[in-house]
Design a binder for this molecule. Structure first.
Ligand SMILES: *Cc1c(COP(=O)(O)O)cnc(C)c1O
Length: 235
């Protein structure tokens, strides 16, 4: 796509977000993380040139190569994917600004152990499997508050900043909404423990996520491709 196309897509998405945001919470700032996992460095720099600063990748290797290719740009990199234990060190070395996918106490302990060795700290979100889907990572909603506390008390090199969740995998808007509401309720409980971000909402459901209180969206395909949502697809 040309820069002009990118600007149009970006404006459209911002307008969609604003429509919902002013209705539900005038004071809430909603941050967009542009998920760049399916595009090349060139497209990231195009998006950067129109003002986007935060980008998200879901594989450590891709994050590494894109970080290198774009090292002249002060991009804020987010890690949003499944993190294998043998990739933790490599991820820490890339200094991501936020890890969205801290998905269990065990993983947090592994990350913390390596951070201690390196003498580093990192910001992270606790991923919650709010829709309780087998194929998804994340802690179950029932134990999420306890796990959050446990990470705070045992992982001193991880700064927990809130929660992340992926909406239920269905076309049923009501079910997706339930999963977002569940995540938001947990986030609210954690605000007095320093939770600042509620990361939920992707290309297909970001407006619904904002309606449910999300203040961080992870948007990929609809931002980087020319494909417009048809009315049937839209929420
Ligand atoms: C790919 C991905 C996204 C973005 O998905 P789109 O539908 O392309 O907007 C968001 N979050 C996670 C965890 C992802 O892997």
């Amino acid at each position: 796509m040309s820069i002009l196309d990118y600007e149009k897509r970006y404006d459209e998405i911002l307008t969609n977000i604003e429509k919902v945001r002013v209705r539900v919470n005038q004071h809430q700032i909603v941050k967009i993380v542009a998920v760049s996992k399916s595009v090349e460095a060139k497209e990231i720099s195009n998006m950067y040139s129109i003002g986007q600063r935060a980008f998200g990748e879901n594989r450590v290797q891709a994050l590494k190569s894109k970080t290198l290719e774009l090292e002249n740009l002060p991009i804020e990199w987010h890690f949003i994917g499944r993190l294998q234990t043998n990739k933790i060190n490599a991820l820490i070395d890339l200094n991501p600004s936020l890890i969205h996918s801290c998905s269990s106490l065990e993983l947090a302990l592994e990350i913390d152990k390596r951070l201690k060795v390196k003498g580093k700290k990192i910001d992270a979100l606790l991923q919650i499997n709010s829709a309780k889907e087998e194929q998804k990572a994340g802690v179950m909603p029932e134990i999420s508050l306890d796990t959050y506390d446990e990470i705070i008390s045992t992982c001193s090199n991880i700064n927990l900043k809130g929660v992340m969740s992926i909406g239920a995998h269905t076309d049923d808007k009501k079910v997706i909404k339930d999963s977002f509401e569940k995540t938001y309720a947990i986030y609210e409980e954690l605000k007095n423990k320093g939770a600042k971000y509620c990361s939920m909402g992707m290309s297909s459901d970001y407006e619904l996520a904002v309606e449910c209180g999300a203040n961080m969206l992870r948007i990929g395909s609809t931002l980087f491709t020319n494909k417009r949502r048809t009315d049937e697809e839209s929420l």
